[in-house]
Design a protein around this ligand. Structure first.
Ligand code: NAI
Length: 574
């Protein structure tokens, strides 16, 4: 994708630079790492290398011209790629007309030369969730003629029946909790005995948030020139998709059809009020009692929400602990918090039947019957392959998911699969990054997914977030490891916020102090985890992280202290 090249800032005190020499001229190709231009600073002349392969589409300065740092000096992109928006941006920043002659010249160059693939579109995306709509936008931004097919609402599970609506419900219950706790912050005169959630109003707020965001996605698609097809898409062959009565063809197809809820193959009495996360998100009343089958992310977020809203909640989990993907120590602390909220947790428990008024499960050789008004089934999701006849297309699948490599290509060369449908990590942020990688691959750019550094976030209070290996995973892979812990009760900001519960834990490889895993159970964890991911992505060491100045007072200081604890000793904890 074309990019604006700016006058680099090559030292703390450099405020402007002079172009001494352009090693490449407009229209010439440049390779990553080749000398591009030479800049004179107040100290010396420095040769600057190109950071990507491309064609020099525009130079804004002559040799000998001076310009303040960070202002645009050139555009590098692909031959024939639309650069008008970058010319406009440069014009804005430079305050002079840089685009008029160039735009016209570019257009006249483009018209005869632009190759046509012979298909209706360069790229067609099937499914408009956080994988699909991001792929469509990125493809269009890269100059590809792009269409997207969506049978329902844009935003997919994330916007309509997952991440965003659950967080909206949790926000309401957080408010309720804060009002009930008001006295502990010195607030008097509130009668909180009758304070309760009005679910119709909570739902209305949630729906309003969703519709604003969905409209936002529609606006972005339109603004980027993506053609939208409304209806159920079916891939007919490697280049042809049917939408209703219409057939469209594409050079590349990106499958982003998401996932759907999974159910247990057990007898269920029709008299029981059974919910999946889809129905649980639309509850108009808080159940008096509910059994949540499955102590994974969905199960625990709903269990937390419903318990805070006044429901009697029981969680029944098949494995020997809830949230089995988390570090064991964090799971223990979260389970303790949930129990204090009144949630009953059964682990190592296998549900065998749902009767009209109870959930039956086996545990430790005994059979239990938990009476309940409602049941929430939260035992995972499965890839949605409707409209994708994998076998006929020659697309390889494994356990119901499309097999993809780290460029997201399927076993068919021109077909990619991103998001939940490839079953790698059913998370919106993974889907969106897979979209970016797939589009780069289609455009011939180098990009690969790194599934080792995927953050996960769970929205209970305190929040949970993690990236990388747990302590036990790291021990079995590396043997000896360093573990740094910092409890939140020793963090000033957490105390001020009344959020002293929790732990920050870092896992470090002992020889080079490489960061293997970071686990946060604390206020703001879901925001703080981005710092942890950046540190790992940029190959920071534990020693370096312990030397990063963190603002005070913040909960993020606990992360710095955990790294100090791993490589030496924390200051604020013995
Ligand atoms: P999950 O795979 O996270 O958890 C399902 C749980 O059900 C597991 O702990 C499993 O051991 C348990 N289970 C399976 N069979 C059982 C049985 N017969 N009896 C009792 N327990 C049983 O699936 P979940 O929670 O439904 O979430 C689906 C996907 O959506 C996940 O990939 C999750 O990461 C994603 N998601 C992520 C969120 C977030 O990041 N905050 C929020 C919601 C969903």
């Amino acid at each position: 994708m074309a990019e604006l090249i700016i006058m680099p800032k090559l030292g703390f005190n450099m405020s402007e630079g002079k172009i001494v020499k352009w090693y490449k001229r407009e229209g010439e190709t440049v390779k990553k790492g080749e000398p591009f231009f030479s800049v004179e600073t107040d100290k010396t002349n420095i040769d600057i290398e190109a950071t990507a392969d491309g064609v020099i589409r525009k130079l804004f300065l002559e040799e000998g011209d001076k310009l303040p740092v960070t202002l645009p000096i050139a555009i590098v992109g692909a031959e024939g790629e639309d650069i008008d928006y970058l010319l406009d941006e440069a014009e804005k920043q430079l305050g002079k007309n840089v685009s008029a002659p160039t735009k016209a010249a570019e257009q006249s160059k483009e018209a005869p030369g632009k190759e046509s693939s012979g298909y209706d579109y360069d790229v067609v995306v099937l499914g408009g969730g956080p994988g699909g709509y991001v792929a469509a936008i990125k493809a269009a931004q890269a100059g590809k003629k792009t269409a997207i097919v969506e049978k329902d609402h844009f935003g997919g599970t994330c916007l309509n029946a997952g991440c965003i609506p659950t967080k909206a419900l949790l926000r309401s219950v957080q408010s309720l909790k804060e009002i009930k706790d008001a006295a502990s912050y010195g607030i008097e005169g509130l009668d909180v005995s009758g304070v309760t959630l009005n679910m119709s109003k909570v739902q209305a707020r949630k729906s309003n948030i969703i519709s604003q965001l969905v409209r936002g996605v529609e606006g972005l698609l339109a603004g980027n020139g993506v053609k939208v097809y409304r209806g159920k898409g079916v891939i007919k062959d490697n280049h042809r998709i049917q939408v209703g009565e219409e057939f469209i063809t594409a050079e590349y197809i990106i499958i982003a059809t998401g996932s759907e809820v999974k159910s247990l193959p057990i007898p269920v009495d029709g008299g029981m009020k059974m919910l999946t996360s889809n129905e649980a998100l639309n509850l108009e009343e808080i159940p008096k009692s509910i059994v949540v089958i499955g102590g994974g992310v969905i199960g625990i977020e709903f269990a937390y929400f419903l318990a805070c809203a006044g429901s009697k909640v029981t969680v029944v989990e098949f494995l020997d602990r809830i949230l089995p993907m988390l570090d064991e120590e964090i799971t223990d602390q979260v389970a303790q918090m949930l129990r204090e909220l009144g949630i009953e947790i059964h682990t190592g428990a296998k549900v065998t039947e749902v009767t009209k008024d109870a959930v039956v499960f086996e545990k430790g050789g005994s059979v239990y019957k938990q009476e309940t008004d409602y049941v929430l089934m939260a035992v995972g999701r499965v890839p949605n392959l409707a409209g994708v006849p994998c076998e006929a297309l020659g697309i390889k699948t494994e356990r119901g998911a499309i097999v993809t490599g780290d460029t997201l290509k399927t076993s068919v060369d021109n077909i990619y699969a991103i998001g939940d449908v490839n079953g790698k990590a059913m998370l919106a942020h993974v889907a969106s990054m897979e979209a970016v990688v797939a589009v780069k691959d289609i455009c011939g750019e180098e990009a690969r997914m790194d599934y080792d550094k995927v953050p996960s976030a769970i929205y209970v209070s305190p929040e949970i977030a993690s990236v990388g290996l747990t302590e036990s995973q790291a021990r079995s892979k590396y043997g000896d490891i360093k573990v740094g812990r910092f409890p939140l009760l020793a963090n000033g900001k957490a105390k001020v916020e009344g959020e002293e519960r929790g732990l920050v834990k870092v896992i470090v490889e002992p020889k080079f102090n490489e960061i293997l895993g970071i686990h946060l159970y604390c206020a703001h964890a879901t925001e703080m985890i981005a710092e942890a991911v950046s540190a790992m992505k940029l190959e920071g060491t534990a020693e370096e992280m312990a030397m990063v100045i963190h603002p005070h007072p913040t909960v993020s200081e606990a992360l710095m202290e955990a790294f100090e604890a791993a490589v030496d000793k924390a200051v604020h904890f013995l």
